[in-house]
Design a protein around this ligand. Structure first.
Ligand code: OSB
Ligand code: MG
Length: 375
């Protein structure tokens, strides 16, 4: 197969609810979608870089630059059959995993469509177990104005059927919050995500969280650290989960060897694509470490892809893959993802490839710019 044309769509979409983390408040989401055309098929990928280098050094600007000048010219018009061929063509490019993952996702979508199978089935080829048809999901709640607001939001999500609640924390928005939540909701499956807001000197405070029986503490320390997380893990009982710190399969291996975490959050954009995601999944599986699929406030394109990935066997913990309505009034895909309230899951599309159809009318509505590259 040959990719004849790649189009980048830079979009600006309003979020239904503002989302606040330790690195700031987001009320809108700029998104970059990539469409690759080959043999009459169109494969889609979402680049999860944001407009500021806060979660990662990548931005929509750097991703567009790297895609336009290096990634797209490395694959456009070249013959390829398998994902490995795409990886070989771009492996000379260092870093920029989010830009790479968008291209890789579109290639997977093309391969799955050309074989007439869903992305989940394609990704699950190496495993004995087939992919699941629905994926357990939880909800990630940003920093709220008050503790009472947080309690109200948790109550609301529980009544919708979510059974795992993740709260964003940061210094001075931690112990009192979690204590209050546990008083009202003593039994719920609860976890926290600090997005690197603490340092090792906060160990005594973090240790106090042990009392609240959290499912895990996600990324308390620096975004590029593994060593100090391993020191922290030895001082506390609650499992640590690494997000930002795991950017490659090698780093996942080092983290497990150092007991720096007992759970890993896999985001395909952070690690360079589904291929690398699967490598981390396999490594964790061999070591008895559970993984789950993280989220980056994706549109329906990235959401469908995350659902397919999360259907693999070692994704045993609920993913941050919310239903469409949690993020968007109008999504860029026709299909709406809804929560199955009886088991806190979302059903994975069954159609070939990603299994969703992008609405060009909605793309137009949110479009900031469009760039097309042809052979
Ligand atoms: O750390 O997991 C994170 C959103 C943007 C950037 C980083 C993170 C998040 C989330 C949201 O937690 C998860 C979602 O998409 O619902
Ligand atoms: Mg996180």
């Amino acid at each position: 197969m040959k990719i004849e044309c790649i189009t980048l769509y830079h979009l600006d979409m309003p979020l239904v609810h503002p989302f606040e983390t330790s690195f700031g408040l987001e009320t809108r989401r700029e998104c970059l979608l990539l469409a690759a055309q080959a043999e009459g098929l169109t494969g889609w990928g979402e680049c999860v870089a944001t407009n500021r280098p806060s979660y990662s050094y990548e931005t929509i600007g750097t991703a567009r630059h790297v895609l336009k000048n290096f990634l797209i010219p490395s694959v456009l018009g070249k013959d390829w059959d398998q994902i490995g061929d795409i990886l070989a063509a771009i492996q000379w490019i260092r870093g920029h995993p989010m830009a790479k993952a968008a291209l890789q996702a579109a290639a997977w979508d093309l391969v799955a469509q050309s074989e007439g199978v869903s992305l989940g089935v394609k990704l699950a080829e190496p495993y004995q177990e087939g992919p699941k048809d629905r994926v357990k999901v939880g909800v990630s709640i940003g920093i709220q104005p008050t503790i009472d607001d947080t309690l109200a939001r948790i109550g609301d999500f529980l009544s919708q059927g979510f059974t795992r609640i993740k709260l964003k924390i940061k210094p001075d928005w931690d112990l009192n919050l979690i204590r209050a939540v546990r008083e009202v909701f003593p039994q719920i499956t609860l976890m926290v995500d600090a997005n690197s807001a603490y340092t090792l000197t906060d160990t005594p405070l973090i240790r106090q969280l042990d009392e609240f029986k959290l499912l895990m503490i996600e990324q308390p320390l620096a975004h590029d650290d593994i060593f100090q997380h391993s020191k922290l893990q030895q001082e506390i009982q609650t499992p640590l989960c690494l997000d930002e710190s795991i950017k490659t399969p090698d780093q996942a291996e080092w983290a497990l060897e150092m007991d720096a975490c007992r759970i890993i959050n896999i985001k395909p954009g952070r690690v360079g694509g589904f291929w690398e995601s699967r490598q981390i999944h396999d490594l964790c599986r061999d070591k008895g470490i559970p993984v789950w699929c993280g989220g980056m406030l994706e549109t329906g394109v990235g959401r469908a892809a995350n659902l397919a990935l999360a259907s693999l066997p070692n994704f045993t913990l609920p993913g941050d893959i919310g239903p469409t309505r949690r993020y968007w009034e109008d999504d860029v895909v026709e299909e709406e993802f809804c929560l199955n309230p009886e088991d806190s899951t979302i059903t994975i599309p069954e159609k070939p490839g990603l299994g969703v159809s992008v609405s060009f009318e909605r793309l137009e509505r949110f479009l900031l710019s469009r760039e097309e590259y042809q052979v």
